[in-house]
Design a protein around this ligand. Sequence first.
Ligand code: NAI
Length: 462
Amino acid sequence: MAEFDVIIIGGGPGGYVCAIRAAQLGLKVACVEGRDTLGGTCLNVGCIPSKALLNATHHLHEVHENFEKMGLMGANPTVDWAKMLAYKDDVIAGNTKGIEFLFKKNKVTWLKGWGTIPAPGQVKVGEEVHTAKNIVIATGSEPSSLPGVTVDEQVIVTSTGALALPAVPKSMVVIGAGVIGLEMGSVYARLGTQVTVVEYLDAITPGMDAEVAKAFQKILTKQGIKFILGAAVQGAETTGTGAKVTYKLRKDDSAHDLEAEVILVATGRKPYVDGLGLEALGVERLPRGQIKTDDHFSTNIKGLYAIGDAITGPMLAHKAEDEGMALAEIMAGKHGHVNYNVIPGVVYTTPEVASVGATEEQLKEQGRAYKVGKFSFMGNARAKAVFQAEGFVKILADKETDRILGAHIIGPMAGDLIHEVCVAMEFGASAQDLALTCHAHPTYSEAVREAALACGDGAIHA
Ligand code: NAI
């Protein structure tokens, strides 16, 4: 008899959600986590701490940019960086302890330590070998390295180091205009750091709807962030005063360098699966290192599953959570399913940027007949009242059936607004379904409705 029905390796959003759901469905569950706290990268050194710093610095930005416009005079707060970091750490602690509480409540056993899989059905933690009917690998990802760049987490840092710098630097070069680069770049730009983003491609945020990416870059530039696009970073080295990045412009192969106090390397992440014993077990991998799984998250080894950043698909906490929940259902003999067509993506800058479904570029590539409904937040009274009218909502719908195929929002609370479109898409709704739904006034969500109206006979406030 196996000791557990399921042992999950990794206590991040994929692993802990899988553990809780499996326990709720009556399975005997253990979760292996080697960090001192649960929650994985997301809660400890990713999504949550970055949101705390984004929140604090957003308020600072508001004070400087907008307070006097609203008749709030004389405010000039100074930054106590140590206190801001302590606030961030409190936010982390509150959340990680919350997961520990949920484990206790749901009777999930936390096996503290780093796990390996010596044989199918076995997980070794420290000196102890535990047995389980099913094993789930939910070990997440780690920053991928860049040739010629040695990270020391002091001067040349990944997102982990960027969340705990000893002081606010005067200057920072961010390598990579992806989500991490722009979120952390925003934090420091708002704190007064001169931020320069060096990006290989000719646009920021690869994969984002091009029209939105362009508007986003314009807004961030206005906020003081500099962009060097089409630039392949060749290397970085520390100097007496900071570090120097060397890059080549792709258009003419010319070499350049750039010095800054801190360099943030944000060029993507890779699955964190080394040391689990996968090679000895003969677990199949994909060319980019992810664990190969079938539609039910099963590897080629019976009873061994994998989810989240360790497998293919977008490296997002909520994608991992959904997979964790679906897999728990499958292991409990039910039907688990993830709809990969409706996974939202959000960048938590100000304004926020959010998207779901197809981009206009993808629809063109597919040769699909589509229509575009767009609405600017300039026509949204609420957004204007809070000085956030710069963005827009763009809904893409099938030209014939009016079915919503994608939505892209740049504007206030975009990360929350996107979800009404997600729900609509889950139900196979048309743009007209959204347009005919009453939206409270005055809310930002009216802009979503107006974009849906623009897919038909036209928006009202445009
Ligand atoms: P990313 O894959 O989003 O962006 C990396 C960027 O670096 C790309 O634009 C790429 O072209 C560029 N790049 C790569 N090599 C380069 C070179 N040698 N020189 C110049 N540019 C180069 O990766 P990022 O931002 O590190 O994020 C990692 C993962 O974490 C992503 O999958 C992201 O979705 C996820 N994440 C999600 C967040 C959210 O949902 N809000 C927040 C933070 C991370």
